[in-house]
Design a protein around this ligand. Structure first.
Ligand SMILES: [Zn+2]
Ligand SMILES: [Zn+2]
Length: 250
């Protein structure tokens, strides 16, 4: 057998990458761009920049024109407009395509928005190097992919911003408590735990852009348990959904 699975294999396609590929597919659904087209070449180049931004280890043929074109053809097997004529498309491909297809293919507008958000973030080129390491915690990746997930985590962990948010909240309410479940660390653990609370960025992840300033109103203070619950499912819970969950038995 060849060295399948060996160290020279490129990583499987991430959601971000699949979203960009599906976006191109959907835009040219009737007639997908050919292998030597400008569109495929452009996408291949973008995928290489994205891979670098995310710190993916990659190899010589990483998302080359051929692989990029094949991925578009993989989407065909899921497209009823194509398969209804009895055609089957390329049958091999990862399971990731199907998930991305099911989530985005029927809503081209949302697909474009999300693809645009991903694109603008790595094109900006000033993605914080810390982003390359972030994301190894138990956060479930946002539907919009790794890049915006890391951007979200990066923003809500910005030390200075968190301090300012806590100060503002204290000035308004006189104490810190979870905006979802109302848990107050000081009450339970005593005075020395009074500052124990986390920030959660409440703006939709597809609106995040590198270089955009985070406003204090973009953040909510929530306890670690609530924050974990928000990010432990896909799609992430909104604040209202979180509150509804916490108080469902009342
Ligand atoms: Zn809470
Ligand atoms: Zn969060």
């Amino acid at each position: 057998m060849a060295d399948a699975g060996g160290p020279k294999r490129n990583p499987t396609w991430s959601r971000d990458e699949l979203i960009l590929a599906l976006d191109l597919y959907v835009r040219h659904r009737d007639r997908p761009p050919g292998k030597t087209s400008r569109e495929i070449e452009e996408l291949s180049r973008e995928l290489n920049v994205l891979g670098e931004t995310l710190g993916h280890r990659h190899f010589e043929k990483y998302r080359n024109v051929n692989g990029t074109y094949m991925k578009l053809m993989n989407f065909r097997r899921l497209d009823p407009a194509y398969t209804s004529g009895g055609r089957v498309g390329l049958t091999r491909g990862g399971g990731g395509e199907e998930a991305v297809w099911n989530e985005f293919a029927a809503d081209a507008d949302r697909l474009h928005r999300v693809a645009k958000a991903i694109r603008e973030n790595f094109r900006a080129g000033d993605v914080h190097p810390e982003l390359q390491q972030l994301g190894a915690d138990d956060t479930i990746e946002a539907q919009e992919g790794q890049l915006v997930t890391r951007l979200h985590r990066h923003r809500e962990r910005s030390g200075k911003l968190v301090q300012r948010k806590k100060a503002q909240f204290c000035a308004r309410h006189g104490r810190l408590f979870c905006e979802a479940c109302r848990f107050e660390a000081e009450e339970v653990y005593g005075e020395r735990s009074s500052g124990v609370i986390e920030c959660h960025h409440i703006q939709p992840v597809h609106t995040l852009r590198t270089g955009l300033v985070t406003r204090l109103d973009d953040l909510a203070l929530i306890c670690a348990n609530c924050h974990r619950a928000v990010h432990a499912q896909s799609p992430w819970l909104g604040m209202e959904e979180l509150r509804a969950l916490v108080f469902r038995n009342e």
